[in-house]
Design a protein around this ligand. Structure first.
Ligand code: GLU
Ligand code: MG
Length: 446
């Protein structure tokens, strides 16, 4: 990853990247980062500034550590006010020309302090640290995030009302979908599937698994691309957890597999459905921490209007083979490499770097403790006595997060406190709102 390399190497890489981009007719690069509220913020530079930006970063306001979904700010006793500066350093290893935004390229960015040390509040840095911790223990993780969105017309109504998974929707938006596939492919994204989803106007794309940080980068790139292609068709896009009250929402299911020495530990083992003991412990660790992890992966007040039974959102804290109402759906896959665990409870309001970092830290703690996997839930948990619901509101998830010594340690005090302040402030922001108002307020924010 470029951002961890010395300045001189970053400059060298930027020099050759700039030459190549110029020959492709690109004249500017967008640097993106995702804040704790799940909003992507950007800065951009003209090509002539790329080398300097790669060496020293570009300025970013520290107060964005505490930004909320409505662009106001939470406060903490030690939190950043209007003073100070951070540096946004692009990771040019992930530089991608934007097929649907001609003459622009994009790179995810890391936050640094002015003296060149990593900013402890950097969410992407957190995901990287969590990945490195897994690797230090001799394991690796492959991850992929499903992307669901609602496409709407200029008036904000779902742009297609054809049936779920319906061919009618596909035909209606054939050119749009073809252009989207084309743009993603040209950007080097390995698309696995593209299809209409349940809710009116909803589509889904899934992408191939890769390293955890790369998977978070890819989900951001894909989401930006969907938005850009949509705009070219006069369409609007919403990744909000719920678009229409009472309808199925937009999830951001996280798929994971744990590997050691080139071997998928979710396949061919002696445990349930071929799990190896380490994979069982890893998943047990995540399940144990799931209520607290929801403060990362289901971060909005609106997230809990989606995370309800019978919405395929995984509202119960349990696991089961191909169980779509369990928070953890185990997928056997048709080949050894494909077996994986799908966490369905997370949504697209989340900062994917925070979700992934937290999940890896919890999994690793499960491994370290040799945590046993609870018994399988083989049927719809809603029909079972004693099935445990996940937190049903943001304050509930935030309470669990506040009690999590594991997440406090994994995130580090600064990032942990910022996330806590942002969650509390958003809960407060919408405390007096009815469901419709909450949905309305954030429908176009993510
Ligand atoms: N859209 C559903 C959600 O909110 C998921 C549907 C599915 O892919 O199973 O997560
Ligand atoms: Mg889906």
């Amino acid at each position: 990853m470029t951002t961890t390399r010395p300045r001189a190497e970053r400059a060298e890489q930027a020099r050759s990247a700039a030459t190549e981009l110029a020959s492709d007719g690109i004249n500017g690069v967008v640097f993106g980062w995702v804040d704790n509220a799940g909003i992507t913020r950007v800065k951009s530079v003209p090509l002539g500034q790329l080398v300097h930006a790669a060496e020293y970063g570009v300025g970013a306001l520290p107060c964005f550590d505490l930004s909320l979904v409505n662009d106001s700010f939470a406060t903490t006793p030690s939190g950043a006010g209007p003073v100070g500066d951070l540096r946004l350093v692009p990771d040019l290893d992930r530089l991608a020309p934007l097929a649907a935004q001609p003459r622009w390229a994009w790179a995810p960015a890391d936050l640094y302090a002015q003296d060149g040390t990593p900013h402890p509040g950097c969410q992407r840095g957190f995901a990287r640290r969590a990945t490195e911790a897994v690797e230090r223990h001799g394991f690796s993780v492959r991850a992929g995030i499903e992307i669901e969105w609602v496409v709407a017309d200029a008036a904000g109504h779902p742009a297609t009302v054809g049936p779920a998974y319906g061919m009618a929707r596909f035909i209606e938006h054939s050119d749009y979908l073809a252009e989207l596939l084309d743009a993603l492919t040209r950007q080097g994204v390995a698309v696995l599937q593209l299809h209409p989803e349940y809710a009116a106007g909803q589509f889904e794309v899934s992408v191939a698994a890769e390293g955890p940080v790369e998977a978070a980068d890819t989900t951001m790139l894909v989401r930006h691309t969907i938005r850009a292609v949509s705009a070219r068709h006069g369409l609007r896009v919403s990744y909000a957890p719920v678009f229409t009250k009472g309808a199925i929402g937009n999830g951001a299911h996280l798929h994971l597999s744990l590997w050691r020495q080139g071997r998928n530990l979710g396949h061919g083992g002696p445990g349930s459905h071929g799990l190896h003991p380490e994979a069982e412990q890893f998943l047990a660790g995540i399940l144990a921490e799931l209520p607290a992890l929801l403060a990362l992966g289901a971060p909005a007040v609106a997230s809990y209007l989606r995370l309800v039974p019978s919405y395929f959102a995984g509202a119960y804290r349990c696991w089961g083979l191909e169980n779509r109402e369990a928070a953890l759906r185990l997928i056997a896959g048709s080949a050894a490499g494909q077996a994986n665990a799908e966490f369905k409870c997370f949504d697209a309001a989340a900062n994917p770097y925070l979700t992934i970092g937290g999940v890896l830290a919890a999994g690793l703690a499960g491994l370290a403790a040799g945590l046993p996997l609870p018994p399988e839930t083989p049927s719809d948990p809603a029909a079972l006595v004693g099935a445990e619901r996940l937190p049903a509101s943001l304050p509930e998830a935030t309470d669990a997060y506040e009690k999590s010594a594991l997440l406090r340690q994994a995130l580090g005090p600064e990032l942990y406190e910022s996330v806590l302040a942002v969650r509390r402030a958003e809960a407060e922001l919408f405390a007096a709102h009815g469901d419709e108002d909450v949905i309305e307020a954030v429908r176009w924010r993510y």
